[in-house]
Design a protein around this ligand. Structure first.
Ligand code: ZN
Length: 95
């Protein structure tokens, strides 16, 4: 599996948040995205990044600074279902 997390350095701030929300809004509005659990269409975004660690061994394979998936979390405001979108795939390749 490719480690998408290497090379990306970003600090969460209002400017980044607005760029991310702009990309998400385009997808949600044009595709009319609904929550797969409750079928409602109201979401909020967590105010920060979410890193998912990639392991090749479990549980002793965890290393700080190792490969990870850099994501943002989208939370359904009706049922709390949480979905993750990869920042690199969204076009954020800042270093
Ligand atoms: Zn929901």
């Amino acid at each position: 599996m490719k480690s998408w997390g290497f090379g990306i350095k970003m600090k969460y701030n209002k400017k980044i948040e607005e760029k991310i929300l702009d990309k998400i809004d385009k997808v949600v509005k044009t595709k009319k995205v609904m929550c797969p659990l409750c079928k409602k269409g109201s979401f909020t975004m967590a105010k920060g990044f979410v890193s998912m660690i990639i392991l090749d061994k479990f549980p002793e394979g965890i290393s700080i600074g190792g490969p990870h998936l850099p994501n943002i979390a989208i939370v359904c405001t009706t049922c709390g279902n949480t979905m993750f979108l990869n920042l690199k795939v969204l076009g954020f390749n800042l270093k």
